[in-house]
Design a binder for this molecule. Structure first.
Ligand code: ISL
Length: 554
């Protein structure tokens, strides 16, 4: 089947179903809730949805722990609801990309339950089970540490054997060395593709192949052993195999979440001739305000670091692969109030500035639910307001290791993942129009003025700015294929770049500070037409706080 590469013209909206819209009144979002908002999405102008997991799951990690790959988590709805949603999306010209979580299953998956209850189970080798160390194997097989601030090994009952889990205990890693596991994954992919879904966002896909020595590594602060499980030795082989046996037969797309991977890794994954993945999500730009990729270790934001990360990927992938563009997702805190911006006085202005700045880069843009409303971080008062398993593990670690306390004091509340997971604010009613019942996670008080109902009516809202920018992007060849030129790589206040295709240029000039600044570069583009901006009044040589201007010469 010919791949039309439709994703290169897509604007993708990520739905985190638990927090999107609740229609059955249980305080948890659901598929009927999504269906009820499809006209809203159509109106916004997006033409593809990435749906975070809706599969049957005990929800230890909100669905990233799957107990049955072929069914829907009951509180979200049924398979019938799902096919209706898919149908309604397609009717509106919206494609659907599912989340594919196959580095691990849930510990409630039948495979795992069988694997640990019976040594002779045919599913035993579906997982990574190793003998422990020490007397009676009471110590874990090695010292690897995982993503959720806990050991990566869990002992199987009182036995001398342990299973590997790079994430929570309830997320045992699958053993991809076993060809049966790979065939199971292919069957799962075909099941959903045959139903009509258009592609997959492949969760932590760079972790599926592990070095088989399973030896301890030199101890490190975070992710000890990562050389054994990031970009493992058989990753390319596994991905190509999926491509050849499955993706090649459908006009679908894949975007891989590639934690801790370099630009060279990415090139090796998305170069079209290799037939592995279409795009990857890299995190260089979201790591600019932390140390060593650990978000709890906050580092002051510097615009030049952001530009450096963007430059590296815009130029590095040019002609070799396709970029994904995002500044928010369900694991990141909200963008407004981040990257040097302000989520109070200049909230609307700065959210518009951020959107113009990332949306017109080369690649496929993603919008995370609520980002189009300029939604802010949660207004959590204490850890008791937070649900996320990762945050609770980190909190416990902080309690046991006082040396971490000063770091965590600031970041536990402001950086935890629930900041992006608060219920979408549809209106200013008690539960923000998300639900009739008390939601599973606290609604932000600012729903009284940040909500979709108000935003749709207000021509100056972030929402209406997004509509314009999506419209401007549509079919624009300069944005799709033009070169990227960073005009002020060393400037820490103004981000200015050109997209250029033959003699056509799109120029974006954004002030990343809350000050009015003189900006010489504006003179160079005096004759260009302003197509988008977040202020009505403009000065020739000055940028107002968080001002952005998008200019064209054609
Ligand atoms: O959010 C992170 C740390 O705070 C990331 O390291 C995150 O764990 C990593 O990007 C992998 O994320 C994906 O897989 C996880 C799941 O919890 C995340 O929601 C998902 O996006 C395990 O499936």
């Amino acid at each position: 089947m010919e791949h039309t590469n439709w994703y290169k013209d897509a604007v993708i909206y990520q739905i985190y179903p638990r927090s999107f819209c609740d229609r059955n009144g249980d305080g948890v979002g659901d598929i009927p809730g999504i269906i009820s908002k499809l006209d809203y999405l159509k109106d916004l102008g997006v033409n593809c949805v990435w749906l975070s997991p809706v599969y049957d799951s005990p929800q230890e990690d909100n669905g990233y722990d799957i107990a049955n790959y072929r069914d829907i988590y009951k509180p979200f709805g049924t398979l019938k609801d799902f096919t209706m949603m898919l149908d309604e999306m397609h009717k509106r010209g919206i494609r659907l990309v599912m989340d594919l979580v196959v580095n691990h299953t849930s510990s409630e998956h039948e495979w795992f339950k069988s694997a640990i209850s019976d040594k002779n189970s045919p599913y035993r080798d579906y997982y990574i089970i190793r003998k422990g160390k020490g007397k009676n194997g009471k110590k874990p097989p090695n010292n690897w540490s995982g993503f959720f601030a806990e050991s990566t090994w869990e002992r199987i009952g009182e036995s001398d054997e342990w299973y590997l889990h790079l994430f929570a205990k309830g997320q045992p890693d699958l053993n991809w060395e076993n060809p049966k596991v790979r065939e199971e994954v292919k069957d799962i992919l075909r099941y959903w593709l045959d139903m009509g879904v258009d592609g997959f966002r492949c969760d932590v896909i760079t972790l599926i192949s592990k070095k088989q020595d399973f030896k301890s590594r030199f101890p490190t602060l975070a992710l000890c052993g990562k050389d054994a499980f990031v970009m493992g030795p058989r990753l390319h082989e596994y991905l190509h195999d999926l491509y050849k046996d499955v993706y090649a037969n459908y006009d679908c797309m894949t975007v891989g979440e590639t934690v801790l991977s370099s630009l060279d890794d990415a090139i090796s994954l998305v170069s079209p001739e290799r037939e592995e993945l279409d795009m990857v999500f890299n995190f260089d730009h979201t790591d600019v305000d932390n140390h060593m990729g650990v978000k709890w270790l906050y580092r002051k934001f510097k615009l030049t670091n952001l530009k450096k990360a963007v430059r590296k990927w815009q130029i590095g992938l040019k002609g070799k692969g396709w970029n994904s563009l995002f500044i928010e997702n369900h694991d990141q805190r909200r963008s407004v109030g981040r990257f040097g911006t302000d989520d109070k006085e200049f909230r609307v202005i700065s959210s518009k500035m951020l959107s113009a700045t990332y949306f017109l880069l080369q690649g496929t843009p993603f919008i995370y639910q609520g980002q189009e409303l300029g939604m802010t971080n949660g207004d959590f008062e204490s850890i008791d307001d937070v649900v996320d398993v990762e945050a609770h593990n980190v909190y416990k670690l902080g309690q046991s290791l006082p040396i971490l306390k000063p770091f965590l004091k600031k970041t536990l509340m402001s950086c935890n993942r629930d900041n992006a997971r608060t219920p979408v604010q549809w209106d200013d009613s008690r539960y923000a129009g998300f639900s009739e019942a008390k939601p599973w996670l606290k609604v932000n008080k600012n729903k009284s003025f940040i909500n979709a109902e108000a935003a749709i009516k207000d021509p100056d809202s972030t929402y209406n700015f997004f509509k314009k920018i999506i419209e401007f992007r549509k079919g624009n060849d300069v944005i799709k294929n033009g070169d990227y030129i960073d005009l002020l790589p060393r400037n820490n206040s103004v981000y200015a770049y050109v997209r250029k295709l033959a003699d056509k240029e799109v120029v974006v000039i954004s002030n990343f500070t809350n000050k009015r600044l003189s900006c010489k570069i504006l003179k160079d583009y005096k004759k260009y037409n302003i197509v988008l901006t977040n202020y009505v009044e403009k000065e020739d040589d000055y940028l107002k706080p968080y001002e952005t201007r998008v200019l064209i010469n054609y």
